[in-house]
Design a protein around this ligand. Sequence first.
Ligand code: PMV
Length: 317
Amino acid sequence: MKSVASAPGKVILFGEHFVVHGVKAILCTIDKRITATSQLLDERKIRIKSRLGNAELNLDMSSNLDSISPKFMRPFLHIAKETLREFNENRGVEIILESDIPAGIGLGSSSAACVATTASVAGLFGRKSKEDILKRAIESERIIFEDVSGADSSVSVFGGLITYSKDGIEKIDSKNDLSLIIANSNQIHSTREVVLKVKEFKNKNEKLFAEMCEQENAIIKNVLSAIKEDNLTSLGFLMSKNQEMLEKINVSTDRLDLLIREASKTSYGAKITGAGGGGCIISLVDESNAATTLENLRKISDCFISKIDFEGLSYSQ
Ligand code: PMV
């Protein structure tokens, strides 16, 4: 028997960076997924084939996590071992991961992979609750990203929109059919380095930064109202306001600015998504301006259109 589960990637709609300093951020899922297919093996082996990052492992049950290379495969081994142990299963397991989420550009591929793998392996023994799957997915992600917040995995499991802050994660009760164009700057960035740069900015400009956190708080409050009213004009305007804040803390680049300028000509609004210093921008569109915005951005970047995925974690069998 095969067990197939899939989980979506995500974007940060509002509040990146300021969330590290106490403000709420808003995330949503995108309609690109990672699919994990598992089956039990008669031999006591753990085989993992990942098209995400193109890696393959064929391991003994006793293999130690720390010895596994490439490192990004460690969470999958952890999930396999823990799940087999939980269900007192003596056989081995094979896990195959397929992805249509571009990796390494802040679209939540690592989290979606952990969610899909956890659900797929657990599915061999009957389904577990979404809460239990989320718990193991976050625990496995922490093997390589120690201070991961859990926001990416949470939105991937439940789908739709969420807020997250240091106080926790809340689902936003909305079925707004937002369309986003996601454009890749193709600039490599390190989230850790950009977060440190913002900390330095805060230390040098304490009063200004405190005021900016207040302004970001107000933006988030207005975003929550605009989501309730399904007001695209207002949401787009707030995206541009949020982008101004991100530019002030120096996380934009000339390339990101260029993409945002181009997208802003025809869409409701555009901004960086995630850490900045490279990575992607998002731009809010509907059927009136999606084709033109996509056409213009395609001339200068790799981009695609995405809707919010309201399904979250799903099973195929
Ligand atoms: O680039 P991403 O999607 O991993 O997002 C980083 C978000 C930050 O707010 C910059 C950091 C964080 O831990 O919240």
